[in-house]
Design a protein around this ligand. Structure first.
Ligand code: ADP
Length: 338
């Protein structure tokens, strides 16, 4: 029996972002863990471009280039295309076929009650977009997410601490399918990354592409310095000698994540007034730039060689399709359609 047959399967994925590159929150909060998991699991790692259409259907031209950037970031950060299948969701049409079949058995009420659907709907209303921009596809987002997972009969899905609930509807859809047609799918389990803290952005909120508060893998050394210059620190620390509160300072929080061995001294000095925010920012800029330098270099290499990246993505999609088409065979058999 080959190793891949004995290992459990894992599915992970991210949406292409508006900006292209991933941010430090994505790298530290998700990818770092994926890189660790690639040796343990048979791993399928996709960039979910169809999901981007649920809200960005009116600006589609940026989606394909952004997908390539996300794939390049996966690899630059340490995912190994030899160990895991790295691919673009829309290159494996079986996701769509399974999505359609699952949409037939998913009760409307389940989808309408999903909190992220309600939030997105409200956000669109706030932006002055009428209910006509809330599409059938947006409502069906959890069905597509479920198809992404089940099409590989994945056993586990890695998620952040705040996202465990996102998988609940997928598990329910999975149970409903198995109840109606027989046990085709293993029920996917969440693999919660307890270690990863939610990384704050420059303004103290969660770092997110939606808030303009992030440092990106593609940022130049100068851009990183500029972003850190603008980051929130202890609001009552106006002078170097004023006591800092590292727990409430974005720069100190980042230091803790990117300098886990050495941050304590800097925190104590910040607290006691021996060091000021300028020094903290200067040192953090150096730390982040040396952390990002190899990632920047590798992603730039990959993006400047489109043929090589294409080869990786075609290969990833082929490997994904091999499993996905077998799943659809089992599914169609269970339904009695074939
Ligand atoms: P964003 O909030 O920028 O839209 P996504 O929701 O697309 O990011 O998240 C993609 C992945 O990155 C998820 O696994 C999520 O848990 C992780 N992630 C996103 N932002 C952060 C953050 N600030 N800290 C830790 N992990 C994060």
């Amino acid at each position: 029996m080959s190793q891949s047959e004995t290992r459990k399967r894992l599915l992970s994925g991210m949406q292409p972002t508006g900006t292209g590159a991933l941010h430090l929150g994505n790298l530290e909060g998700a990818l770092k863990n994926w890189v660790r998991l690639q040796d343990q699991y048979e791993m399928f790692c996709c960039v979910v471009d169809w999901h981007a259409l649920t809200t960005r259907y009116h600006e589609t031209s940026k989606i394909a280039p952004a997908c390539r950037e996300v794939a390049a970031d996966y690899i630059a950060y340490g995912l190994d295309p030899k160990k895991c299948a790295i691919f673009i969701q829309s290159h494996v049409k079986e996701h769509a076929e399974l999505h359609l079949l699952l949409s037939m058995i998913t009760p409307l009420g389940w989808l309408e009650r999903v909190p992220t659907f309600k939030e997105k709907r409200e956000l669109m209303a706030e932006k002055g977009e009428g209910d006509e921009s809330v599409s059938y596809g947006l409502l069906g987002y959890p069905c597509l997410q479920t198809a992404d997972i089940l099409v590989y009969r994945a056993n586990v899905v890695p998620v952040g601490k705040d996202q465990a609930a996102h998988l609940e509807i997928s598990r329910e859809i999975c149970r409903r399918f198995n109840y109606l047609y027989g046990p085709v799918f293993p029920e996917p389990q969440t693999l919660i990354n307890e270690e990863a803290a939610v990384l704050p952005g420059t303004d103290g909120r969660k770092m997110s592409k939606s808030y303009g508060n992030a440092v990106y893998a593609a940022d130049s050394a100068e851009k990183v310095a500029e972003t850190i210059k603008g980051a929130f620190t202890t609001p009552t620390k106006l002078r170097k000698t004023d006591p800092g509160v590292p727990e409430g300072c974005v720069v100190c929080q980042w230091r803790k994540v990117f300098d886990p061995e050495g941050y304590r001294t800097s925190w104590e000095e910040d607290r006691s007034g021996e060091r000021g925010c300028m020094q903290n920012k200067k040192e953090l800029t150096e730390l982040l730039n040396s952390f990002l330098e190899p990632i920047r270099k590798r992603r730039a290499e990959l993006l400047s060689d489109p043929a090589e990246l294409d080869r990786i993505l075609v290969d990833g999609a082929e490997r994904a399709r091999a499993t996905a088409s077998e799943t659809l065979r089992l599914v169609n058999e269970a339904l009695g359609l074939r």
